[in-house]
Ligand binder design. Structure first.
Ligand code: IPD
Ligand code: CA
Ligand code: CA
Length: 296
């Protein structure tokens, strides 16, 4: 009987020891995971910033030498240059080398992969018309989606030397300095941006009605020719608001996160979250409802 008790007590002790060991391993594993996630975040940001600057430098190098023979037309008003394609391929190659498992969606090459939790969304040159016409308002835009949510985004306008980036719950930055939307309260004090997407040049709903309604209420209007820059300018308060219809996810993915992280309001034309499919409106919290009212 005594022997039996000893065996049982040893067994119990063993179980408790094992449980204790298991608990320790679990705590270590969680700590390690947390450390790896943080490390991965910092890694990702510096990878993205370095990548987008190198992509922007290719645009800069080639802009002055672009001629008619380097130009193709997706539709009569939708331009694409050899640099758009070259920059997209460069970005994709770099991502594939560093993160071979990740999925990619690029404006010029479409989607590759459909099995990863991560999706990179690329617009190699947002503002190709400006780019081809030798103007400064164009940008490279890259966003990273995880489990369907944009977690990281960067927009780089190389001629302007402006690198915007935003990270979910960590804020938005222009050249690494934190940015915020403006605090303009009245339409009469506001300068806003809009666009006339090439994709809708033949559509009945071409933004001119909205333009005619809204512009007389404002101090002034800007049409920079890059939705990504428009959104980032709202984020840093250079613009007080922005609206456009018929954009695609690659035009707005990075800029949208940057606006939100800078404290801006973002919605479709009805105030819901179906953007960019049902239009996109970005502004500070005072002006956003006023814009929605005029766009409904
Ligand atoms: C264009 C720009 C422009 C907007 C167009 C977009 P792309 O992108 O964002 O501001 O008005 O609708 O298509 O074609 O130059 O990448
Ligand atoms: Ca675009
Ligand atoms: Ca583009």
């Amino acid at each position: 009987m005594y022997n039996c008790y000893c065996i049982l007590s040893a067994a119990y002790q063993n179980v408790f020891e094992n449980l204790y060991l298991f608990k320790c391993i679990l705590i270590c594993h969680n700590r390690l995971n947390k450390y790896n996630n943080n490390k991965c975040g910092a890694d990702l940001i510096s990878f993205l910033k370095d990548l987008i600057i190198r992509a922007g430098n290719i645009c800069l190098e080639e802009q002055n030498n672009i001629t008619d023979k380097d130009l193709e037309f997706k539709t009569p008003k939708d331009l694409v240059t050899i640099t758009d394609k070259k920059v997209e391929l460069f970005i994709i190659q770099e991502i594939k080398t560093k993160y071979p498992q990740h999925d990619i969606l690029g404006e010029e090459t479409g989607r590759s992969g459909n099995s990863s939790r991560f999706l990179w969304i690329i617009d190699p040159i947002d503002g190709t018309t400006s780019y081809f016409h030798g103007q400064p308002f164009y940008a490279v835009s890259i966003a990273l989606e995880k489990d369907g949510q944009i977690i990281l985004g960067a927009v780089y306008a190389p001629v302007l030397g402006q690198l915007f980036h935003g990270q979910i719950d960590k804020g938005a930055f222009l050249n690494d300095v934190p940015i915020n939307v403006s605090d303009t309260k009245h339409l009469t004090d506001a300068v806003m941006g809009t666009g006339f997407a090439c994709l809708r040049s033949d559509l009945k709903n071409n933004n001119l009605v909205h333009f005619n309604t809204i512009v007389p209420q404002l101090r002034d209007i800007r049409r920079y020719g890059s939705a990504a820059i428009d959104l980032c300018y709202v984020a840093c308060g250079k613009l007080d608001g922005f609206w456009e219809i018929n954009l695609n996810i690659y035009d707005i993915a990075a800029g949208a996160l940057i606006v939100q992280e800078a404290g801006g309001n973002l919605s479709d034309f009805s105030g819901n979250t179906d953007y960019p499919e049902k239009g996109i409106v970005a502004a500070n919290s005072y002006l956003h409802p006023l814009l929605i009212k005029m766009l409904k």
